[in-house]
Design a protein. Sequence first.
Length: 155
Amino acid sequence: MTSAEPPLSASSPEGRVAESRADRFGRELKDLKIADPSVGRPRLWQRLGAVLMVLGIVLAVCSYLLSHRTSSSLTQGDAVTIGLGGVTLAIVGSAIFLRYSLTGFLRFWMARQSFELNILAERVFTSFLDSPNGASASDAARLTRTDSAHGRHSA
């Protein structure tokens, strides 16, 4: 079987090999060219966001303790400035972390929703064609969609 041919399914007359839903989902993800978030820069940015978040909190707490342990107003002013920098660092780190963690989650969620809607459309189309009333050739041609990745072409 070449890479251009669709895999054989149990329902096809010439095929004996059944393709599971998970295998089909993985194949369609590769066809969509969705990058794996576990490799590359998104994972690095997510970790950087987590580090900045923790570092900002630690810096803010340390500067708070420093400002309360001294009576010098100059040292207290410096500690307040460092504390505000720590809070800013924590907020920026939280935003970076949330952005990259939610992007990875929502990317696969959307791909899965698309896959499930495709299966639902195929079930509806198949049940329409198998209905007792029968579908005319014009109805079948109207409902058939072009999908070259699966080897189906409209009539």
